[in-house]
Design a binder for this molecule. Structure first.
Ligand SMILES: Cc1cc2nc3c(=O)[nH]c(=O)nc-3n(C[C@H](O)[C@H](O)[C@H](O)COP(=O)(O)OP(=O)(O)OC[C@H]3O[C@@H](n4cnc5c(N)ncnc54)[C@H](O)[C@@H]3O)c2cc1C
Length: 370
């Protein structure tokens, strides 16, 4: 007989952990099922760790709403729990006159998203605060920050476990079936098990579509296509020449390679953007020349030999080259018709920033599907 459990959350990345926390806090009995032998080893530990303000997202989208809400929740949570973070701020810069109008467009979009604290900067003002940045104008985003994502994930896990949740590692969900009595999952790994769940949350990140396809009874038409886009990071040797994150206005051929300053005062450039056809984190060192060229558009002081290969991350995309901008896709029963199932797809940036807000949104969908 399969074991009966209340809620299974598939995937212990930052999003699955935040969801497990929220459901456990709401009094649900939660089992968090993770394929790897540790939490957060995929996208959640291969990102920029930026707490995003909410500037770049289409007004009214889930990304816009959950980012702005998530940012506020995140700052409060980190302060209460003593998680290392900093409102380091960010400048968004135009490197040529032709881009200045775009700054205005971003500002308008940000305001439509409820981000009302942006400050326009002249060339002189920019030079005063970021002397190494070559740009003609920009704006400052005071609410952009950086967070220790590992400490954050451990705190989510701690909260969930303190409220009765359990984590099973090295346990990939391999198949399943929607039954009249709940959703059955076959879990592999060293201690295989079969469980029947009242609620299943699919938060498997890059593998979310695969997991849904493996569960008989989830209508195939509701599962979005899968695309992967890798991003490389190069680190700069020595102390950061910038005091805050620096984002150039993205030009098509640049793919918006930006600077993020970490909590230790060092900086990295990236991520770039390249479509790939499978999950493969290998670092392609042939990107180096492109990075030097791209970065020097706004940081002409970059010295030869200063960049070191860092790491890569892969964006879980649900739109391909013909549909670059997509929203988070969070489906409840009214979307796919399966009682007790919430499925999350395309949780790319700003998923880290949005994690607490996603947790709340999913808990509310779970509540509707009782
Ligand atoms: C390059 C890059 C930079 C980014 N920068 C930022 C940023 O600065 N700020 C920001 O807010 N966001 C950023 N993001 C987005 C953010 O990192 C993600 O939205 C977030 O980490 C997604 O978390 P997740 O839990 O959904 O996915 P993941 O972290 O990938 O977790 C999914 C988990 O599911 C597990 N899993 C998969 N299949 C199975 C299975 N069959 N059974 C059980 N478990 C399974 C995996 O092992 C994994 O642990 C960035 C993303 C990328 C790619």
């Amino acid at each position: 007989m399969p074991e009966k459990i209340d809620c299974a959350v598939i995937g212990a990345g930052v999003v699955g952990l935040a969801i497990a926390r929220e459901l456990a806090l709401a009094g649900r009995e939660v089992v968090l099922i993770e394929a790897e032998d540790a939490i957060g080893t995929h996208t959640s530990s291969r990102n920029s760790e930026v707490i995003h303000a909410g500037i770049f997202y289409v007004p009214g989208s889930l990304k816009a709403r959950l980012c702005v809400e998530g940012k506020q929740l995140m700052y409060r949570y980190c302060a209460e729990r003593g998680i290392t973070h900093k409102r380091i701020t960010k400048v968004i810069v135009a490197t040529g006159e032709a881009q200045v109008a775009e700054l205005g467009k971003y500002k308008q979009q940000a305001e439509a998203n409820g981000v009302n604290d942006l400050q326009m900067l002249t060339r002189e003002e920019l030079r005063r605060i970021e002397p190494e940045v070559a740009a003609v104008a920009g704006f400052l985003s005071p609410s952009t920050g950086v967070v220790d994502s590992h400490a954050l994930m451990l705190a989510y896990l701690g909260d969930a476990e303190n409220h009765g949740a359990s984590l099973v590692l090295s346990s990939p969900v391999q198949s399943g079936r929607v039954t009249g009595d709940g959703i059955l999952l076959n879990v592999g790994g060293t201690e295989p098990m079969t469980v029947v769940c009242n609620t299943v949350v699919n938060a498997a990140g890059l593998c979310a579509q695969d997991v849904s396809r493996q569960v008989e009874g989830i209508p195939a038409a509701t599962i979005p296509p899968t695309f992967y886009a890798i991003g490389h990071y190069y680190t700069l040797t020595g102390k950061s020449p910038f005091s805050r994150h620096v984002y150039p206005i993205a030009r098509q051929d640049w793919h918006g390679v930006h600077v993020t300053v970490d909590l230790g005062g060092r900086c990295k450039f990236g991520p770039d953007f390249e479509w790939i056809d499978r999950i493969d984190y290998r670092f392609d060192e042939s990107r180096e020349a492109l990075f030097y060229e791209t970065v020097r558009h706004y940081y002409p002081g970059l010295k030869d030999g200063a960049l070191q290969p860092g790491y890569t991350g892969i964006r879980p995309k649900i739109g391909g080259p013909s549909k670059l901008v997509t929203d988070f896709l969070i489906q409840g029963e009214h979307d796919h018709g399966v009682k007790g199932l919430v499925a999350l797809y395309g949780i790319e940036s700003p998923g880290l920033t949005s994690s607490l807000a996603i947790g709340k949104a999913v808990a509310s969908l779970v509540g509707e599907s009782q």
